[in-house]
Design a protein around this ligand. Structure first.
Ligand code: GUN
Length: 281
């Protein structure tokens, strides 16, 4: 069993970005919008902000009260769309229930959509042509597979979970690399039987330790996208690591696996958008 080291892989990405930005007179810039007081969202946004500075990317965090209206938020996005000093816009999700998330994402200029969530970018990924940016978490998974020379071609990739942020774009990306892709979810019959036919098993359900060794084929690659905290504050993945690890050929730990890659991909996307906007890509 080989442990897939997200931390080391992310560091390589950060170092490469830092080297590139050091030579730039004008730094790339990301604007991050956060609405309300969700503690997890605040932690993520602070991490993004800190990391951006470390790698030579300017970061602007825009905080709004929980009660901001749809119009006010859309007008802020318009302002950022028209601001040439901003290359990348991210709206931290989830948003409060009274806001229409889809309509807000749709207002971001596709060329500034650092999350790759805008329907133009999502659609491009779906039809297998290059988007301005691709969603950070699935991009992190693909980068890890690449780093460990795991070629998805011809393999059966099973994804448990069907989110727009992770599973659907990841399915498209794996399909573009010629994997045979199955998406499973909470209503799937015979989940265990299907999962245990996977050469590459990706789990993105948010259910701590749900995947045990009977879901896993001997020698499979197991990628754990989940991260949750129990009532004692202990971090868990969606995969019961101790139970599963010895059966796998490769496995990502939690923490230090996929999660460690997400911010690296966000910074990489920011630099990419900067270059595209300057006609350098
Ligand atoms: N919330 C959880 N994951 C993400 C993400 O990848 N992007 C944004 N904008 N919000 C998130």
């Amino acid at each position: 069993m080989i442990l897939i080291d997200g931390k080391t892989t992310a560091k390589k990405v950060f170092d490469k970005i830092k080297t590139e930005t050091e030579n730039l007179e004008k730094k790339p810039a990301i604007a991050v919008i956060i609405v309300g007081n969700d503690p997890a969202s605040k932690i993520y946004v602070n991490r993004k902000h800190k990391k951006a500075k470390e790698v030579g990317i300017n970061s602007l965090v825009i905080e709004f009260d929980e009660n901001i209206s749809q119009e006010e938020l859309e007008s802020k996005i318009n302002e950022l769309n028209n601001d040439d000093s901003i290359n990348a816009i991210l709206v931290q999700l989830p948003l409060p229930k009274h806001l229409n998330t889809y309509r807000i994402i749709e207002k971001i200029l596709p060329i500034k959509d650092v999350d790759g969530f805008h329907p133009e970018n999502a659609g491009k990924i779906n039809i297998g042509i290059e988007a301005y940016a691709a969603p950070c978490t699935p991009l992190g998974v693909m980068t890890l597979l690449d780093e460990y020379k795991i070629n998805p071609e011809g393999k059966h990739a099973v994804i448990i979970g069907r989110s727009n942020i992770v599973s659907k774009p990841l399915a498209s990306m794996l399909l573009s690399k010629n994997a045979t892709v199955t998406i499973c979810h909470s209503k799937t019959h015979n989940l265990k039987e299907i999962a245990s036919t996977a050469d590459i098993l990706v789990v993105a359900t948010g259910k701590a330790n749900m995947v045990t060794s009977d879901y896993v084929k001997q020698g499979a690659v197991v990628i754990d996208v989940g991260i949750s905290r129990d009532k004692d504050g202990k971090i868990h993945g969606d995969v019961d690591f101790d139970n599963v690890a010895e059966k796998t050929s490769y496995i990502t730990p939690v923490p230090g696996g996929v999660g460690a890659m997400t911010i690296a991909m966000l910074m990489q996307n920011t630099l990419r958008l900067y270059k595209i906007q300057r006609g350098q890509k």
